[in-house]
Design a protein around this ligand. Structure first.
Ligand code: IMP
Ligand code: MG
Length: 186
């Protein structure tokens, strides 16, 4: 697939599908009889959100936000800024914030703060991947697909310099330095 980087499969699409189905069942049980707003963080969470949503047995609406990070070079240690806000009100709604990876936690702790200002009824976080070793902010997801060590991964929505989002598997970009962020947020 790539001449630029060597890719090693970490999770095959069938494994991802099975885990996302389990998450969907858990969420369906947790919110039985309620309606939900799923808020995806663009662009990385788009594929996870679309698969997860189809595994949730409840009335769901979607919204999307986008963030960018500023700070030292391209590291995600900088400040996070909202570059696309919500389209619909989430006041008094059950909200699940859907993210591809929980890494340093800067993005999700920023987004949690922003969303809480809109007074949702409940706010939970679903992250497909969690890299706890990288955490700078004390935040945990309520629903986690897989916990992984500090590898830079691509595929199933996740990119390196905007590439590889369309890979069906999640792969380790083995010649990228550990923890190297994508060129932009998302
Ligand atoms: P955080 O603010 O450091 O938690 O950043 C989370 C965001 O950084 C994710 O939503 C991704 O967009 C990006 N990111 C972090 N780790 C990776 C990775 O291994 N591959 C691709 N993107 C990543
Ligand atoms: Mg992202």
């Amino acid at each position: 697939m790539s001449d630029l980087h060597s890719l090693r499969v970490l999770f095959r699409s069938a494994q991802i599908e099975a885990r996302v189905a389990q998450l969907g069942r858990t969420i369906s049980n947790d919110f039985a009889g309620e309606s939900l707003v799923l808020i995806g963080v663009l662009k990385g969470a788009a594929i996870f959100l679309s698969d997860l949503a189809r595994r949730i047995d409840a009335d769901c609406t979607f919204d999307f936000v986008a963030v960018s990070s500023y700070g030292k070079g391209t590291t995600s240690g900088g400040q996070v800024k909202l570059i696309k806000d919500l389209d619909e009100s989430i006041e008094d709604r059950h909200v699940i914030l859907v993210e591809d990876i929980l890494d340093t936690g800067l993005t999700l702790s920023f987004m949690r703060k922003v969303l809480l200002q809109h007074h949702p009824r409940t706010l939970r976080v679903a992250a497909l991947l969690d890299k706890p070793e990288r955490r700078l902010k004390p935040i945990e997801a309520d629903y986690v697909g897989f916990t992984i060590p500090d590898h830079f991964v691509v595929g199933y929505g996740m990119d390196f310099a905007e590439l590889y989002r369309n890979l069906p598997d999640i792969c380790i970009l083995s010649d990228a330095p550990a923890g190297q962020p994508s060129s932009a947020k998302g």
